[in-house]
Write a protein of this length. Structure first.
Lengths: 137, 119
């Protein structure tokens, strides 16, 4: 299998993961802010909260995101994936501003640029450095 | 209270990520096609560290839920990135991943951004 194919697969999974997690978080945030109870140490409150449609949808999307990430981890290094998924922090700021009407200061937008810079730097490094046996399935 | 939730979330995330990455590398490459997901689910049940990582993830997730209820999304998500530098260091020490200068510089930039974002 050519290397470029694996790279394409890695980036496709990355995009899928980012979208699922960003909108999953948004749905979860919206749900928890609109549920009647306050979340604390009581596990029953968490279980009951899963009945809220916003929270249920958020949880479903985040579970899917976790499965995509597992596949991603088998293709690439954790230290490659972590900085790339940092784009998710930017998405969180954007979605929080647009959908939850949070205020995002100029300082936060500067932070957004820093994160993008960091992610771009890391994307230019090899994705897997530890090596593993060829064709191990 | 908010910082207690952040600490619980970060500690659980670090443990979960390291366990996940360690087990998945041992398992070899996986895909998420229709059959891939079934295989992934079976593998999660079969591998002890993966199960343990999911328990950690559950703790981290409930802490995140409580956090996102009382704090803005644009704070809660960046705050979860505090786990980031600790994980990179541990990925090098425990998973023997090589962190070159570019990757290290990128990590530091991302961390700087995350710190600013969290303010």
């Amino acid at each position: 299998m050519p290397i470029s194919n694996k790279t394409v697969r890695t980036y496709l999974l990355l995009v899928l993961f980012l979208a699922l997690r960003a909108f999953g978080n948004l749905s979860l945030a919206w749900g928890t802010k609109h549920m009647p109870e306050t979340l604390a140490a009581d596990p029953l409150v968490y279980i009951r909260s899963m009945l809220h449609p916003g929270i249920a949808m958020g949880v479903a999307m985040l579970i899917l995101a976790l499965l995509v990430r597992l596949a991603l981890l088998s293709l690439a290094d954790l230290s490659f994936i972590l900085p790339m998924t940092a784009i998710g922090y930017v998405l969180a700021a954007l979605l929080g501003r647009v959908f939850l009407h949070e205020t995002v200061s100029p300082q936060r937008w500067l932070a957004v640029l820093l994160i993008f810079g960091g992610a771009v730097l890391v994307s230019a490094t090899p994705q897997a450095t530890t090596g593993r046996p060829e064709g191990s399935k | 209270m908010i910082w207690v939730l952040v600490i619980v979330m970060v500690a659980a995330t670090v443990a979960s990520d390291l366990l996940q990455s360690f087990e998945m590398k041992r398992a070899g490459e996986q895909s998420v096609g229709a059959r891939g997901v079934g295989r992934l689910l079976r593998m999660i049940v079969a591998r002890r560290y993966l199960l343990l990582s999911i328990v950690c993830l559950a703790f981290s997730f409930f802490a995140f839920m409580a956090l996102v209820q009382s704090a803005p999304l644009s704070f809660a998500v960046p705050a979860s990135a505090s786990s980031f530098i600790l994980e990179t260091v541990l990925a090098k020490l425990l998973l023997k991943e090589r962190i070159g200068p570019r990757r290290a510089a990128g990590c530091l930039l991302v961390l700087g951004g995350v710190v600013l974002l969290g303010k």
